[in-house]
Ligand binder design. Structure first.
Ligand code: PHE
Length: 559
C-alpha cells in the first residue's frame, strides 16, 4: 500500500505538472498498481482542509466478471464446449458420454446449444451438430465486459448477471483541482496555541489547523449524576409537583446567626459546641446579617422581646452570632428565606431544598461528617399541626404512587415491592428549640420492601424531624403574628443507600467512591425497581428485600 506521504506527493506533483487531475482512477501508484481510492480520500481531505486542493466525487458503476465468468472468458462458454465435444458427422455423441466429458458444463451447455440451434437430438440417446461452425457470442460478450467494464447492450448485461457470470460494482474516484494555497510542500500546521508561541509572538504568523466541525467527538467521561443526586431529582419532582419553590442552598458556610440565633437556639446550646459543629478559622466571623433583625433576636433571646415569651434570660452576645460555621442544617436557609418573605408583603409560600449539611461527628461505616437534608417549609395563615401531618401523608404516598396514581394499594404493594410509597407514618413528640410542637417522623411498611423501609424490618424507623416554628423565631423575622409555619427535615442518604443497595456510606460519598458505579447506576424512580424488573432478576422481590433489610440494619439514622 502506498503511504499517505507518497500519495500526497503523487497528488501534488501530478497537479503541479498537469494543472488538474481529471479522474483519480487513472492515477497509478509508484509501484504501478491502481490507487486505493479510500486512502486517497483521506489525503484529499487533509489537503483540502489546508486549502491546497479541491475535489469533486465521481460516482460510477462498472461491471466485473465473477470467477466463473472469468473462466468462461478464457476458455469459452458451456454451450461452445458442448458444441466442440459433439463430433461433426451423423454419428454424433451419446448424451451419457458428453456428461462424462464435461461434467456440470454439459447440462447448462446443452440447453443453450439447443436454443442457439447448434445441435439436435438423434433418437433419444445421441446428439448431432446442426451447423458446421459457431461464434461463441457469450465468450465475446464476457471479454468485452472484462476489457471495458461495461457492454453496449444492456440486455446482455442483465442476461449474464442472471447466469451469475457478471456483477455490478459501484466505484468512486475524484476529480482534483488546485486550490488557493496550492504548493508542493506541506506546511506543518499548529493545532494549539502554546505558551512559547505567545511568548515569542509566533502565534501571529503561525498557520493553524482549521477546526473540523464534522469530527466525531469523544464521548464525555463525566456528566453522570451521583446516586444521591438521582434520588434528589426524584424528590425535587415531587416537590415541584406540589407547587414548592426551591431555596438557594449554594452556601455551605453560614454565620451562627442564621444557623442558630435566628432559630431561637440559645448561645450556650450544646449543638453550638465545636464537638458538634465545624467552626471556620479564616475568616472566622462575619457581621453580614441585618442589624435590626439582630437587635430583635437579641431581645427575644434575652427576655422574649415582642413575643409573649420570657426568653432564655441570658445576655445575648453578637460575637457568638458572628462566628462562621459550616451549616449544621438547611433550616439556616429556611430562616433566611422566611426573613426575605417577611420583607415583602406576606404571601403564602412553600419552599424546599435538598442539600448538604455538616456535623462534627466521627466517621464510620454509617456516619459521615456531612450528609444531605431534604428540607421543607410551608407558611400560611391558619396552618395547624394537622396540616403538617396531612402533608406528610400525601408526600410519602406520592413517593410511590406519584407517577402512577391509577394503581390500587393492592397492585402497589404486590407488584411494586420497591416502591418507596410509605403507607403508614407515625409521629412522636420531640424537642427542637425552634419548633413547638415538634415531631419526629417514623415510617413502617408492613407488606413489602420499600427503599425507606424494606419488608421484614417490622419496626418503626425514624426518617425525619418536623414541627411548627415558634413565635420566638417568626415574630423577630417580621412575619405577621397570625402566620403559621410548618417545617420538616428528612435525610437523603438513607433512601439512596437502600434504593441502590449500598451498605457502607463511604461507598456512596467521599474519596473512596468508585466513579464507575456512578456512571453505571440507573436513574432513580421511586415507583420502579431500578431496572431489575426488566432483566428478570427480581421476580417477587424477596431476595433483594432480604438483602436490603440486612444492609439497613447496619445503617443508623443520621438525620
Ligand atoms: N433542622 C432539623 C434537623 O436538622 C430538622 C427540622 C427542620 C426540624 C424544620 C423541624 C423543622 O434535624
Amino acid at each position: 500500500m502506498t503511504s499517505a506521504e507518497d500519495l500526497q506527493t503523487l497528488v501534488l506533483t501530478t497537479l503541479d505538472k498537469g494543472g488538474h487531475i481529471h479522474d483519480s482512477k487513472d492515477l497509478t501508484a509508484l509501484d504501478g498498481q491502481p490507487l486505493d481510492q479510500l486512502n486517497l480520500l483521506g489525503v484529499l481531505n487533509s489537503l483540502k482542509s489546508r486549502d491546497m486542493v479541491d475535489y469533486d466525487t465521481i460516482d460510477r458503476e462498472i461491471w466485473v466478471l465473477t470467477d466463473e465468468g472469468r473462466d468462461l472468458a478464457d476458455t469459452g462458454s458451456h454451450e461452445a464446449r458442448v458444441f466442440s465435444a459433439v463430433p461433426p458427422g451423423d454419428d454424433g455423441i451419446a448424451i451419457a458420454e458428453l456428461q462424462n466429458l464435461l461434467g456440470e458444463a454439459a447440462k447448462i451447455g446443452q440447453g443453450k446449444a439447443f436454443k442457439n440451434r447448434w445441435i439436435n437430438k438423434k433418437g433419444t440417446t445421441h446428439l448431432v451438430r446442426t451447423v458446421e461452425s459457431i461464434v461463441d457470442q457469450t465468450q465475446v460478450d464476457l471479454r468485452e465486459i472484462r476489457d471495458t467494464q461495461t457492454h453496449k447492450d444492456a440486455k446482455v448485461l442483465v442476461e449474464l448477471k442472471k447466469r451469475k457470470l457478471v456483477d455490478k460494482r459501484k466505484i468512486i474516484s475524484y476529480k482534483i483541482t488546485k486550490s488557493s494555497n496550492f504548493s508542493l510542500t506541506i506546511e506543518k500546521q499548529a493545532t494549539d496555541i502554546t505558551f512559547e508561541m505567545l511568548q515569542t509572538g509566533e502565534w501571529k504568523t503561525a498557520s493553524f489547523k482549521k477546526y473540523n466541525f464534522d469530527a466525531v467527538g469523544l464521548a464525555p467521561q463525566g456528566g453522570h449524576l451521583h446516586p444521591l443526586m438521582k434520588v434528589r431529582e426524584e424528590f425535587r419532582h415531587i416537590f415541584f409537583e406540589m407547587g414548592f419553590e426551591e431555596m438557594p442552598t449554594n452556601k455551605f458556610v453560614e454565620s451562627s446567626f442564621w444557623n442558630f440565633d435566628a432559630l431561637f437556639q440559645p448561645q450556650q446550646h450544646p449543638a453550638r459546641d465545636s464537638h458538634d459543629t465545624f467552626f471556620l478559622k479564616d475568616p472566622a466571623t462575619s457581621d453580614r446579617f441585618p442589624a435590626d433583625l439582630a437587635e430583635k433576636v437579641k431581645r427575644t433571646h434575652e427576655n422574649g422581646g415582642d413575643t409573649t415569651s420570657t426568653g432564655y434570660n441570658y445576655r445575648w452576645k453578637r460575637e457568638e452570632a458572628e462566628k462562621l460555621i459550616l451549616r449544621t442544617h438547611t433550616t439556616a436557609v429556611s430562616s433566611y428565606m422566611l426573613y426575605k418573605l417577611a420583607q415583602e408583603e406576606f404571601r403564602p409560600a412553600k419552599y424546599f431544598s435538598i442539600d448538604r449539611v455538616f456535623r462534627n461527628e466521627s466517621v464510620d461505616a454509617t456516619h459521615l461528617a456531612e450528609f444531605h437534608q431534604v428540607e421543607g417549609v410551608i407558611a400560611d395563615r391558619g396552618l395547624t399541626l394537622g396540616d403538617l401531618i396531612g402533608f406528610m401523608d400525601v408526600f410519602f404516598k406520592k413517593m410511590g404512587r406519584g407517577h402512577s396514581p391509577e394503581l390500587s394499594d393492592h397492585v402497589l404493594t404486590h407488584h411494586f415491592p420497591y416502591s418507596a410509597g410509605i403507607e403508614r407514618i407515625r409521629f412522636k413528640p420531640a424537642y427542637n428549640p425552634y419548633t413547638e410542637p415538634s415531631m419526629e417522623i417514623f415510617s413502617y411498611h408492613p407488606v413489602r420492601g420499600t427503599p425507606l423501609l424494606p419488608l421484614g424490618l417490622k419496626q418503626w424507623v425514624e426518617i425525619g424531624n418536623s414541627g411548627m416554628f415558634r413565635p420566638e423565631m417568626l415574630i423577630p423575622l417580621g412575619l405577621p403574628p397570625d402566620v403559621r409555619v410548618i417545617a420538616w427535615g428528612l435525610g437523603l442518604e438513607r433512601p439512596t443507600m437502600i434504593k441502590y443497595g449500598i451498605s457502607n456510606i463511604r461507598d456512596l460519598l467521599g474519596h473512596k467512591v468508585n466513579l464507575a458505579m456512578i456512571k453505571d447506576y440507573p436513574i432513580c424512580r421511586f415507583d420502579k425497581k431500578m431496572g431489575r424488573e426488566l432483566v428478570g432478576v427480581v421476580q417477587d422481590g424477596e431476595n433483594v428485600v432480604e438483602e436490603a433489610r440486612e444492609k439497613l440494619e447496619k445503617v443508623t439514622v443520621v438525620n
